[in-house]
Ligand binder design. Structure first.
Ligand code: GLY
Length: 359
């Protein structure tokens, strides 16, 4: 088993990565004595796939556990679900000594973490991510929250889990589009932080796409190490953590302009290539480096070009209202070479226009 520590002083926590870990969670939670009683929160799909294994793992250790289920999908990531879950917790008599378990993808982790942050002013929670995206990104670092009609993730809290349990075997049930969503974030880590890891991804593409176990565990572990290091240095995204947004500023604009028909990972892939074009336009990144990143992204089956039919003005307006923009000025994470980036809001409007395909 790989164990990675997220170093946040008293709020530090381990990320554990192993094949078959789902059945070991009960034993580990008993040893850590996080709580006496647990409530698993999962969507209706993941509850059916993995709820039983997790609950049996806890029951085998004599740990009492309840299961709360919500309808799958981003549409559930709202305040109504939060209110409903909080009521269910109150009806179950859940108190400050109890602990929630987020079993599922990013939506489940964000919802459960946010309920944990605000129910009784904060109770413990652990993450059991079941998608690649959640395993390498959203389950680590304490970003929790929900969408409101005015925008995605506009309400939330930084609230760290007590532990993250990653079972690499559960990825075998993941739809291929979901795998690609995660792979965009995986490639991101190589570009922003670790050239050797980028080379590793390039050299092991087939094994990764086939989810071969030692290789995919290496990938998950390395991504979590990078994320843990970044979060430990800058938990609340004042500075360094912003590098995790490589490809996301333009990617979010693409996602929103497509009315979310383009999935997050696909949009991030296009956003990374578009950010590289900005970097080239500012003479920060050499053409061969940009070309290599595009080749690797495309090699994994991810898109590299923003669809021409997307409304260019709409994308520009989403850039201005991005929640990370300051006074309507977005910032961009731009690579200077593979493994290194710089952050800037100094990008000419004409260059942005050109990269978004303005005509
Ligand atoms: N997904 C970006 C972050 O956690 O900061």
């Amino acid at each position: 088993m790989k164990i990675i520590d997220v170093g946040l002083g008293k709020r530090s926590y381990p990320i554990m990565v192993a094949a078959g870990l789902l059945s070991e969670i009960g034993r580990d939670l008993r040893q850590r004595a996080v709580a006496k009683r647990y409530v698993v929160i999962a969507d209706d799909r993941v509850a059916g796939l993995y709820g039983k294994t997790l609950i049996e793992s806890l029951a085998s250790q004599g740990i009492s556990c309840e299961l709360l289920v919500f309808p799958r999908g981003e549409a559930s990531k709202n305040m109504t679900t939060i209110a409903r879950l909080a009521s269910s917790l109150a009806q179950l008599g859940v108190d400050r000594k109890d602990c929630l378990i987020a079993l599922g993808g990013g939506v489940t982790g964000d919802i459960t973490g946010f309920v944990a942050a605000i129910y009784m002013r904060g109770i413990a929670f652990v993450q059991v991510p079941t998608t690649l995206l959640a395993q390498v990104d959203s389950s680590v670092g304490g970003k929790t929250g929900v969408d409101i009609p005015e925008g995605k993730n506009l309400v939330g809290a930084f609230y760290q889990p007590r532990a993250v349990y990653i079972d690499s075997r559960v990825l075998s049930s993941l739809p291929s589009e979901e795998l690609l969503n995660g792979l965009a974030e995986v490639i991101k880590y190589g570009v922003i932080y670790d050239r050797d890891f980028f080379d590793f991804l390039d050299a092991n593409r087939e094994q990764i796409l086939q989810l071969q176990l030692p290789v995919i565990e290496e990938v998950i572990g390395r991504c979590c190490q990078i994320k843990a290091a970044v979060v430990a240095a800058d938990e609340k995204e004042a500075d360094l953590r912003r590098i995790l947004n490589y490809g996301h500023t333009l990617g979010h604009a693409v996602e929103a302009a497509s009315d979310f028909a383009i999935a997050h990972g696909m949009a991030v892939a296009m956003g990374m290539v578009a950010a590289n074009s900005l970097a080239q336009g500012k003479a920060l990144l050499s053409p061969p480096e940009a070309e290599r990143i595009s080749q690797v992204i495309a090699g994994f089956g991810l898109p590299v070009a923003i669809p021409r039919e997307l409304d260019h003005n709409l994308m520009k307006s989403f850039l201005k209202t991005d929640k990370k923009a300051v006074s309507g000025k977005p910032f961009f994470v731009l690579p200077t070479r593979i493994g290194q980036v710089t952050i800037t809001d100094d990008v000419a409007a004409e260059l942005i226009d050109q990269v978004l395909g303005g005509r």
